[in-house]
Design a protein around this ligand. Structure first.
Ligand code: ZN
Length: 61
């Protein structure tokens, strides 16, 4: 437990606010971690609309 996910961009955070979109709308109820290394070439990154390399959750409730 402990890791929170931004509801706006699905980024997995270690802080209380999202550094990408500045949102503090977080959820601890998420599943499916995906690591985006190269957002330019990643099909998953396009699908979940990710432009910054990081860890993301596939499902956020
Ligand atoms: Zn965010």
């Amino acid at each position: 437990m402990g890791e929170q996910v931004c509801r706006e961009c699905h980024r997995i955070l270690s802080s209380q606010t999202c550094p990408i979109c500045g949102s503090s709308n977080l959820s601890s109820d998420w599943s499916g971690m995906v690591v985006i290394i190269d957002p330019e070439r990643s099909e998953i990154a396009k699908k979940i609309d990710v432009k910054v390399a990081d860890k993301y959750a596939l499902k956020v409730r």
